[in-house]
Design a protein around this ligand. Structure first.
Ligand code: PRP
Length: 183
């Protein structure tokens, strides 16, 4: 961390083993529900890339990958509410069953934006699998079809999630603790 700020510490909230076990259950459900359907698995960059890569390899039915990048938080810890589409899908969603893969649903505003963007493109279905659900800060009600863990209102990092673009490579979900306000 630059300057004189004290470096935050990280407390393990969800271990690597817990993530793996829950992810296997989610992948089993998804494989069963989408059997025989044209599944397009969409990684919501960039926080979801770790979850996406691990989850996709546990799903046992044929599927295609695509990626979309939306910015909401900038480099800080608070959701700004405004969204910017940085990278759109390459694939057409028309007639396909689209499953968005998210690391976390927090305020729900990213999902509001993505559902608004994609729902008019003719997908056969549009749903979301989220590793983490933090309902305490919800501003838009998201119907999360597949939920990994519900978490308390703490700032979480690791397994793809960042604080100022750091910590994404931690193999577990950690709660960031600091004596000074995070931001
Ligand atoms: C994070 C996360 C979700 C979104 C959830 O992305 O990956 O996409 O915030 O927050 P919300 O429910 O309050 O909208 P972020 O914009 O931090 O970008 P990143 O994926 O590149 O880390």
């Amino acid at each position: 961390m630059p300057g004189n700020e004290e470096e935050p510490s990280v407390r393990v909230l969800i271990s690597e083993d817990e993530i793996t076990a829950r992810m296997k259950e989610l992948a089993f459900e998804i494989s069963s529900d989408y059997e025989g359907k044209d599944l397009l698995l969409v990684c919501v960059l960039k926080g979801s890339m770790v979850f996406f890569a691990d989850l996709a390899r546990k799903i046992t039915i044929p599927l295609r990958f695509d990626y979309i990048c939306v910015s909401s938080y900038g480099d800080g810890s608070e959701s700004g509410g405004a969204h910017e589409l940085r990278t759109d899908l390459n694939e057409s969603v028309s007639g396909r069953h689209v499953l968005l893969v998210e690391d976390i649903v927090d305020t729900g505003l990213t999902m509001e934006y993505l559902f608004g963007l994609l729902s008019s493109r003719g997908a056969a279905s549009l749903d979301v699998v989220a590793l983490l659900d933090k309902p305490a800060r919800r501003k838009w009600e998201v119907d999360i079809a597949y939920r990994g863990f519900e978490i308390p209102d703490e700032f979480v990092v690791g397994y793809g999630l960042d604080y100022r673009q750091q910590y994404r490579n931690l193999p577990y979900i950690g709660a960031l603790e600091s004596s000074s306000p995070l931001g």
